[in-house]
Design a protein around this ligand. Structure first.
Ligand code: C2E
Ligand code: MG
Ligand code: MG
Ligand code: MG
Length: 292
């Protein structure tokens, strides 16, 4: 018989669990249906070269266009999806949509710059992660460097050995790894040397003082300098003003992403941006995209 003592006895506990599991299951079912109904959309936020202010690629960011609630922010549903395990399904959808677009643009001779996708720390719980990504780039015949992978800094510190091993494998296969939200977690600058990372992404939202002459500016300045020592390019995101752009360029930040240049936009709008560029081969140098 059930023993008293805990908050719930076993029968009550079973009932509560059953209810809880059913609710979780019904949420997952709703999400799967929402995915099939096409309620999730991939938006693209362009990234700009800090020196030339030209588009050099984009980040894929998912949007849930709910029939009743309208556009729901990922900040609201990503944590829920990470909890109920739906995130890998959703991310697979975003990755595939991104691969499909890259293939379409290649076929249209647009010579597309890379697009980065977010990889949740929870995606690493799957032993199939590398396979899933490899299958996609093979299915769409993509050079691996076109699909960049953003992994949040805290994922590296969550489960260091396992995640670092998988990220290393991805990097060795030719994927570019961006460390997202660098500076928001706890990885020491020293630890960076041992981590598989190709690009650092800093978000201005983690600086409470955004004044370039204040502490925030000093921190940015030293992080960018440190990244240079390590030969790591730096993307700063969350850039909202002209002043920030100018400051970031002078301290040597390589790429900029933020509302100042563009919000995350629907695919068709990004295609218009790409169409405004012409491909210019430069002798003896890497070929470059220039605005038409
Ligand atoms: P993140 O990957 O660090 O993306 C940056 C977030 O900052 C995005 O929010 C973007 O819209 C926002 N942002 C960009 N520029 C500015 C700016 O100038 N000012 C401000 N205030 N915000 C700016 P979003 O799209 O709401 O996404 C939030 C987070 O949700 C993302 O942070 C990422 O961690 C997660 N996320 C979004 N899409 C996906 C996805 O497809 N898969 C996974 N696993 N996570 C995703
Ligand atoms: Mg990101
Ligand atoms: Mg970020
Ligand atoms: Mg951004």
């Amino acid at each position: 018989k059930a023993k008293r003592g805990g908050i719930l006895d076993c029968e009550e506990y079973d009932e509560t669990m059953r209810h809880y599991i059913m609710t979780e299951q019904s949420i997952v079912n709703d999400m799967m249906e929402a995915l099939q109904r096409g309620e999730f959309k991939v938006y693209l936020q362009p990234k700009y070269d800090a020196a030339t202010e030209r588009v050099v690629g984009a980040e894929a960011l998912v949007r849930w266009i709910h029939p009743v609630r309208g556009e729901i922010s990922p900040a609201e549903f990503i944590p829920v999806f990470e909890h109920n395990g739906f995130i890998l399904k959703l991310d697979q959808f975003v990755w595939e949509e991104t691969c499909r677009l890259l293939r379409k643009w290649i076929n249209e001779d647009r010579n597309p710059p890379p697009v980065s996708v977010n990889v949740s720390r929870v995606d690493f719980y799957s032993t199939q992660l590398v396979n899933i990504i490899e299958k996609l780039v093979q299915k769409y015949h993509l050079p691996r460097e076109l699909l960049e992978l953003e992994i949040t800094e805290s994922a590296y510190t969550d489960n260091p050995q396992q995640i670092v091993r998988v990220v290393k494998e991805l990097q060795q296969r030719g994927y570019k790894i961006l460390m997202d939200d660098f500076g928001s977690g706890y990885s020491s600058l020293n630890m960076l040397k041992a981590l598989p990372v190709d690009v650092l992404k800093l978000d201005l939202k983690f600086l409470d003082d955004k004044n370039e002459t204040g502490r925030g500016g000093n921190i940015l300045n030293s992080v960018v300098r440190m990244a240079k020592w390590m030969h790591l390019p730096v993307v700063v995101e969350g850039v909202e003003t002209r002043q920030q752009v100018d400051f970031l360029r002078t301290i040597g930040c390589d790429y900029i992403q933020g509302y100042y240049f563009s919000r995350p936009i629907p695919v068709e709008d990004y295609e218009h941006l790409l169409a405004q560029r012409t491909f210019v081969p430069i002798l003896g140098k890497e070929s470059q995209w220039l605005d038409a």
